[in-house]
Design a protein around this ligand. Structure first.
Ligand code: 13P
Length: 263
């Protein structure tokens, strides 16, 4: 399977947004758009990642729609199972609530909340072992890019999880390449630069697992309707992890539409 034959994923990462009433309206509008202008499930996987408090509500609201839209957790505990861990939500508890997808290793978790590679590995392992699919985020800082270390940084992040993902578990890993300097800044990696990095990531994955050729590699960082078609046209960009633009139903829908129809 070549990169361009992979069903794309478009996932909205709502981060620490929005208020409850706005979340409800956002889901309602998205469902309506998907009902009025159908995007076939075989053309694009679609998911949204609300705050943990809203996971169940959003999931219930989405379940009444005319197509599957996955509900994705934004993070999980590095501790597995249940126990005296105040404030934490484990992989098993997510799974028990019917959540099958989780973001791990987002740069905001790594940079602001101190998620080291060791912690990220624990989270990946817990999620995969509990049967979740992981959207594993990687990406270099501006400084690393300017110092010519972008590729090395990202490939190291890919190699980091190789010790915790078993051979038969890679089918439950989706990679999201999000250059940190492109997140929330309005600056997008050029399609050529993004494609080059995605091809390197695929090469790196393929050295670890034969599934590397068929794994989805999403791009994230200021994706919007205006740049989605160009990004979707790149063979190794198999979808998008969308922040700001996912808080507007129409923008998010247009991005999903672009990937569904360009791929
Ligand atoms: P923006 O689309 O707002 O740049 O955020 C990207 C991101 O971090 C998604 O996880």
């Amino acid at each position: 399977m070549s990169g361009s034959a992979i069903t794309p994923w478009v996932v909205g990462n709502w981060k620490m947004n929005p208020m409850r009433a706005d979340a409800k309206q956002l889901v309602q509008e998205l469902k309506q758009l998907l009902q009025d202008h159908v995007i076939d499930e075989s053309q694009c996987h679609i998911g949204v990642a609300p705050i943990s408090l809203a996971l169940s509500n959003v999931q219930a609201q989405l379940s009444a729609g005319n197509r599957t839209v996955y509900t994705v957790a934004q993070d999980l505990s590095r501790i597995a199972g249940t126990g005296a861990y105040t404030g934490e939500i484990s992989a098993e508890l997510l799974k028990d609530s019917g959540i099958d997808f989780v973001l791990v290793g987002h740069s905001e978790r790594r940079e602001i909340f101190g998620d080291s590679p060791a912690i990220v590995n624990e989270k990946v392992k817990n999620a995969i072992d509990a049967g979740l699919t992981v959207i594993y985020c990687v990406g270099e800082s501006l400084e690393q890019r300017e110092n010519g270390q972008a590729e090395q940084t990202v490939l190291q992040q890919i190699c980091d999880i190789a010790s915790v993902v078993q051979a038969d578990q890679w089918e439950r890993v989706v990679v999201a390449y999000e250059p940190i300097w492109a997140i929330g800044t309005g600056k997008t990696a050029s399609p050529a630069d993004a494609q080059a990095m995605h091809a390197k990531i695929r090469e790196g994955l393929s050295q670890i697992t034969p599934m590397g050729q068929s794994m989805a590699i999403l791009y994230g960082g200021s994706v919007k309707p205006e740049n989605a078609v160009e990004l979707a046209a790149c063979p190794d960009i198999n979808g998008a992890l969308v922040g700001g633009a996912s808080l507007n139903a129409e923008s998010f829908y247009k991005i999903a539409h672009a990937f569904a129809n360009t791929k």
